[in-house]
Design a protein around this ligand. Structure first.
Ligand code: 6PG
Length: 478
């Protein structure tokens, strides 16, 4: 038993993670259901470090130092349960099973509970950064007990991405499902970021009249400013790419139906349960859904409405600058909503998640890594109890400066018939929060009218009902 860590499940993510551990000097036991994959990994990459190839589950477990640390890198869902059922009987109290897949945090809570009864630590770990991240340094969001982090943390800190200031992009998020919950919200924010970028692209294309190559240039320029981020960077790459077969811009030959594996949808489902308004993320999920309804779109193609008439010259460039403001302001709103969800989840499940630490470990390695996250970290460092990112004076000031352009972009989109659901939802959220009075008072009146659901008053404590079908006098219902 010489291996400090084991990885079972050697598809690309698993083998890249195993190689990352090996390259960082750890002895890594590797195992796969079909042993050919294990042999192939060692044959191709054995020179990168020290691997112990295990053919059977027993061999794998025997190869690990105690307490054992084994990472499961299989498909989320039933395959994870199957692997746990296979390994748990071979383990001893104090051993740690780590699930590095995109598991639903409720599954992680259940597994953690079940294994805890047998004295085994189960650690659900969110890992972001795709295949390259797994190999070169991902952002890692570990849940589970503090005790298991004490044993696992130093290894994760070694293989994680490092932020610009050198800090590893990992830290203990909180107990049981906290890590997978935070990874889920990461993905929700990822969906929102991608949708906002897509809307900006649509506007630059149809309202500013820019070509894909020109838009790539525009994103490249934005990437040198406050929007500096991985997603903006790869957007420029995708837009600058030419399809080899047709010579046309790649973006024009790809089918315009966005797919999803489900983590964005989970974010919204859980937000609904927690009562957290994540409208930007929800619109991003729905936008993917709309794009995929081919029959519905075909049946609606003749519906009346404006076609965009592109601007040109200086007007187009001035509009592009406004789009940057709209994108930045909307981005602040999505992160505000995502961090609200993290706070709400943390309160609901008593995880004690530190939002500033989450912002810190998203600064490198993950898909939503961005210069902007330094600012979010600073906002929470300055005020750990910050009720909302919008209550940070810095962000509030930036939105104040951006909002005229943000509104102008929405007006142009509406006039020209360009759908911008995430931009619009973000502005609506902002305006709803700043409104002195919301029409929710009328909603309460209607509810009381048809269902005697009662209402509260602005001028007195208590709950009331108006006798709508009687003499319309008011009664106290306390
Ligand atoms: C990451 C990503 C990754 C996710 C893909 C695909 O953090 O590395 O979030 O975990 O699975 O982005 O997601 P969709 O297929 O749902 O777009």
């Amino acid at each position: 038993s010489t291996a400090q860590i084991g990885v079972t499940g050697l598809a690309v993510m698993g083998s890249n993670l195993a190689r990352n551990f090996a390259r960082n000097g750890f002895t890594v036991a590797v195992h796969n259901r079909t042993a050919a994959k294990t042999r192939a990994l060692v044959a191709e990459h054995g020179d990168e470090g020290t691997f112990v190839a295990a053919e059977s589950a027993k061999e794998f477990v025997d190869a690990l130092e105690r307490p054992r640390r084994l990472i499961v890198m299989v498909k989320a869902g039933e395959p994870t349960d199957a692997v746990i059922d296979e390994f748990a009987p071979l383990l001893e109290p104090g051993d740690v099973i780590i699930d590095g897949g995109n598991a639903h945090f409720e599954d992680t809570r259940r597994r953690e509970r079940q294994l805890r009864e047998r004295g085994i630590h189960f650690v659900g770990v969110g890992i972001s950064g795709g295949e390259e991240g797994a190999l070169l340094g991902p952002s890692i969001m570990p849940g589970g007990s503090a005790e298991s982090y004490a044993s696992l943390g130093p290894l994760l800190e070694k293989i994680a991405a490092k932020a610009a200031d050198g800090t590893p992009c990992t830290s203990h998020i909180g107990p049981d499902g906290a890590g997978h919950f935070v990874k889920m919200v990461h993905n929700g924010i990822e969906y929102a970021d991608m949708q906002l970028i897509a809307e900006a692209y649509h506007l630059l294309r149809d309202v500013a009249g820019y070509s894909p190559a020109r838009i790539a240039e525009t994103f490249r320029a934005w990437n040198r400013g406050r929007l500096d981020s991985y997603l903006i960077e790869i957007t420029a790459e995708v837009l600058a790419h030419t399809d080899a077969a047709t010579g046309r811009p790649f973006v024009d030959v790809v089918a315009d139906a966005a797919e999803q594996k489900g983590t964005g949808r989970w974010t919204v489902q859980i937000a609904l349960d927690l009562g957290v308004p994540v409208s930007g993320i929800a619109e991003a999920v729905f936008a993917r859904s709309v794009s995929g309804h081919a029959a519905l779109r075909a049946a609606s193609a003749e519906l009346a409405g404006p076609r965009a008439t592109p601007l040109s010259g200086a007007e187009a460039d001035a509009f592009a600058a406004q789009v940057e403001q709209a994108l930045y302001a909307s981005k602040i709103v999505s992160y505000t909503q995502g961090f609200h969800q993290i706070r709400a989840g943390s309160e609901q499940y008593e995880w004690g998640v530190d939002p500033g630490a989450v912002a810190a470990l998203w600064r490198g390695g993950c898909i939503i890594r961005a210069a902007f996250l330094d600012r979010i970290k600073a906002a929470y460092d300055a005020r750990p109890d910050l009720p909302s990112l919008l209550s940070d004076a810095g962000f509030a000031g930036e939105i104040a400066a951006a909002q005229d352009d943000w509104r102008a972009v929405l007006v142009a989109a509406v006039r020209q018939g360009i759908p911008v659901p995430a931009f619009a939802a973000s502005l609506a959220y902002y305006d709803a929060l700043r409104a002195e009075r919301l029409p929710a008072a009328l909603t309460q009146g209607q509810r009381d009218f048809f269902g005697a659901h009662t209402y509260r008053r602005t001028d007195r404590e208590g709950s009331f009902h108006t006798l709508w079908s009687g003499d319309r006098s008011e009664v106290s219902t306390d």
